[in-house]
Design a protein around this ligand. Structure first.
Ligand SMILES: [Zn+2]
Length: 369
């Protein structure tokens, strides 16, 4: 194991931060698997699972079972982690410019594409090496304006050449689920069976260039530009480790064991545990529909995440106690109620929950912000 401490320059005199990456296995070994947690710095199930995972990786390495290169960034967002406002953690957006920490990552195909013209040959494996080097060069030359830009670049410097990228998040109140593209269905299936996810939301282009998409989209875009000798080597996903309150050592240790099963399944180590779960149910991301609050008030539920629901079914209520008025929260589609908002109060027009169905109901930018 080796630990790398990456400085972030700090936005004001006298202020600096650091990003910490831990490595197991040899640099250059394949597959390279990159895991990070806490990019949204108010989402702590992932960092705690990675804390437990790192002990398991220490033991595996001591036993000589590391065959790939595993990188863990357990605290991916030291900026967000320090940002509290009015006695509450903020975490999702930076306080200076209100940018979502998981949007706006560099477009590597756009930055490196021109430099690759005439550089690629007939061998996909050799092309992967050439492309990764071009990505590294583009990141080293990218312009940094804000502290958040710098964080994005430093994160991608550790992850851009990975074969597999797992970005561990969580939702408000939710079942275990994750997002994936269609490009590597066998890895999607394995990840579902290792993590016990109830649901995987499938989409090739979700919009916003989130961290996961910033690792898959460049390869897809370069294939469209240069043809099939550009391989599709990176599997990248956002995992939602249930809800913000689902933070416990017992659950995190179990999740770490699931990640060891996955690392074994993709060949990063030997002797990992077998997958313990069935496959995740696949739904299109465009079929995940949100219910918006028709009035502001008190939010109460008669259902919970994980319930199967039919379109129009009553899921809960919004109550304006002052006006002695109550409005039903109705299922916007038929499928799996997989997430609800954390708060017990809402403003009119706010999203309250999502139901994932098989029928496509949405287009365009598909992620909530
Ligand atoms: Zn998140």
């Amino acid at each position: 194991m080796r630990t790398e401490t990456v400085p972030l320059s700090g936005p004001s005199p006298g202020t600096t931060r650091t990003l910490t990456r831990h490595h197991w296995g040899k640099d250059g070994a394949r597959p390279k698997v990159y895991l990070q947690g806490g990019l949204h710095a108010d989402e702590m199930p992932g960092p705690l699972a990675l804390y437990h995972l790192m002990h398991l990786l220490d033991a595996a390495e001591a036993e000589g079972r590391l065959t790939g290169h595993v990188v863990v960034v357990p605290v991916a967002n030291p900026i967000g982690l320090s940002e509290w406002l009015l006695h509450k953690p903020v975490g999702r957006r930076d306080l200076e410019g209100a940018q979502n920490f998981n949007r706006g990552y560099p477009d590597l195909a756009g930055l490196a594409g021109d430099a690759l013209t005439g550089q690629l040959g007939p061998e996909p494996d050799e092309n992967a090496t050439i492309i990764r080097a071009a990505f590294a060069k583009a990141l080293s030359e990218a312009k940094v304006e804000t502290e958040v830009d710098e964080l994005r670049l430093r994160l991608m410097e550790g992850s851009h050449d990975a074969d597999i990228v797992l970005d561990l998040h969580c939702d408000h109140r939710s079942v275990m689920h994750f997002y994936a593209s269609t490009s590597r269905p066998e890895i999607t299936d394995l990840l579902g069976r290792c993590t016990g996810s109830a649901l995987v939301l499938i989409e090739d282009v979700s919009g916003g260039n989130a961290f996961d998409e910033a690792h898959t989209a460049p390869w897809r875009d370069l294939r469209a530009r240069f043809g099939d000798t550009v391989p599709l080597p990176c599997f990248s996903t956002t995992l939602e480790y249930r809800g913000q309150g689902d933070v416990s050592d017992a659950v995190a240790a179990s999740d770490a064991s699931g990640l060891m099963a996955f690392l074994g399944g993709v060949g990063a180590l030997t002797g990992g545990p077998p997958p313990e779960h069935g496959p995740a149910e696949e739904m299109p991301l465009g079929g995940a529909v949100e219910f918006m609050a028709p009035i502001g008030g008190i939010v109460s539920w008669v259902t919970r995440p994980g319930d199967r629901v039919s379109e129009g079914q009553v899921l809960g209520h919004v109550t304006d106690a002052a006006a002695r008025r109550r409005v039903e929260i109705l299922a916007p589609t038929t499928g799996l109620l997989f997430r609800q908002e954390l708060w017990t109060t809402c403003l009119r027009g706010q999203g309250l929950c999502h139901v994932a169905g098989q029928e496509i109901r949405r287009q365009g930018d598909l992620l909530s912000n």
